[in-house]
Design a protein around this ligand. Structure first.
Ligand SMILES: C[S@@+](CC[C@H](N)C(=O)[O-])C[C@H]1O[C@@H](n2cnc3c(N)ncnc32)[C@H](O)[C@@H]1O
Length: 271
C-alpha cells in the first residue's frame, strides 16, 4: 500500500509506527501495510526468519480448524477475536463453504482492519457476518455486541488466534477467556494460537524485544504450561496443545510434513 495518498492522521491511521495487523499482513504476503510495517517486519524476519512460517502456519491452522469444526462438529457460529486484515480464506469463507447458514462475528481494534472490514462482511444470504471494533480485553462489550448476530444458547467457537499474546497480564488474559467461555453453552469450543519461546522459538527473544521497542501493541510469549491454563475446564481435542503446524495436518489440502513453528495451537470443547 502506498503511504502517500492521504494526510497522516486525518483518517485515524498511524503510519509512523508499525502495527501488528499490518506487519502480520506483510508476513502473509499481503499488500495492506505501510513502509514502516515492512521495515519492522523485515528487520524481525532478519532476526527470526521462522516468523514468516509462524504467520502462514497460523493461518493454515485457522482454515483447518474452522473446516473441522464446521464439518465434523456441526459448529455454525464463530466469534473470531483479533481477526486481522482480510486475507485468503477468512473464517466466514471457510465456514460458509461447509455450511452457508454459518454466522460469524469478527472483532479487532486496529483502525485499518476496521477500514477493510467490508471484505469480512460478504456473507452468504443464508448466514450472517458482523464486525465489532472493540478491545479483546473488554469481553463484556464484545459479548453484548456479538449477541446481535450470535445466539448464545447455541454452541459458539470462540477463536483467539494470535491475540492473547497482546493481553500481557496473565490474570487479565485468563479472566478474559473465562468470561467468554462462561457466556457460551456446553458444546462450544475455544480455539487458540499463541507464540512461545519453546518449539524452537528461542531465537524470538531478541526479536520480541525489538518489537516492543519499535512497534505496537506490546507482545508477550508464554510457555506451553501457561497456554494450557487457558484451556482449563475444557476437554482438549486431539492432538492436544502442539505446534499449530502439527494440529491435524491430515486435514490440510496439501500433503507433506509441515515444519515446526514456535506457535502453539489447541482446541478445547466446553463439556
Ligand atoms: C497476530 S494477528 C492475528 C490475526 C488472525 N487472528 C490470525 O490468526 O491470522 C493479531 C490481531 O490482533 C489484533 N489485536 C491486537 N491487540 C488487540 C486488542 N487488544 N483487541 C483487539 N484486537 C487486537 C491486531 O490488530 C491483529 O489484527
Amino acid at each position: 500500500m502506498s503511504d502517500k495518498q492521504e494526510m497522516p492522521g486525518l483518517d485515524g491511521l498511524d503510519r509512523g509506527t508499525a502495527h501488528n495487523a499490518r506487519v502480520w499482513n506483510h508476513w502473509l504476503g499481503g499488500k495492506d501495510n505501510y513502509s514502516v510495517d515492512r521495515a519492522v517486519g523485515d528487520h524481525i524476519f532478519g532476526m527470526f526468519p521462522n516468523i514468516v512460517h509462524v504467520a502462514r502456519a497460523d493461518r493454515a491452522f485457522l482454515g483447518r480448524v474452522v473446516r473441522f469444526l464446521a464439518e465434523e462438529c456441526g459448529v455454525r457460529q464463530f466469534l473470531d477475536i483479533g481477526t486481522g486484515l482480510p486475507t485468503v480464506d477468512n473464517t466466514h469463507e471457510v465456514a460458509q463453504r461447509v455450511a452457508p447458514e454459518s454466522r460469524i462475528v469478527y472483532v479487532d481494534n486496529d483502525p485499518l482492519v476496521l477500514m477493510h472490514a467490508r471484505a469480512l462482511l460478504t456473507s452468504t444470504p443464508e448466514g450472517a457476518t458482523d464486525y465489532i471494533d472493540a478491545d479483546a480485553r473488554e469481553p463484556g462489550t464484545i459479548l453484548e455486541a456479538a449477541s446481535d448476530t450470535l445466539d448464545f444458547d447455541r454452541p459458539v467457537a470462540v477463536m483467539m488466534l494470535g491475540i492473547l499474546n497482546f493481553v500481557i497480564d496473565d490474570d487479565q488474559a485468563r479472566a478474559t477467556v473465562a468470561r467468554l467461555m462462561d457466556a457460551v453453552p456446553s458444546g462450544s469450543y475455544l480455539v487458540l494460537t499463541h507464540p512461545t519461546l519453546e518449539l524452537g522459538g528461542e531465537g524470538n527473544v531478541e526479536a520480541m524485544k525489538f518489537w516492543n521497542e519499535n512497534a505496537t501493541p506490546p507482545i508477550t510469549s508464554r510457555t506451553g504450561r501457561e497456554i494450557a491454563r487457558f484451556l482449563d475446564g475444557l476437554d482438549l481435542l486431539e492432538p492436544g496443545l502442539v505446534s499449530c503446524a502439527h494440529w491435524r495436518p491430515e486435514f490440510a489440502e496439501l500433503d507433506g510434513t509441515p515444519a515446526q513453528v514456535s506457535q502453539y495451537g489447541a482446541v478445547g470443547r466446553k463439556p
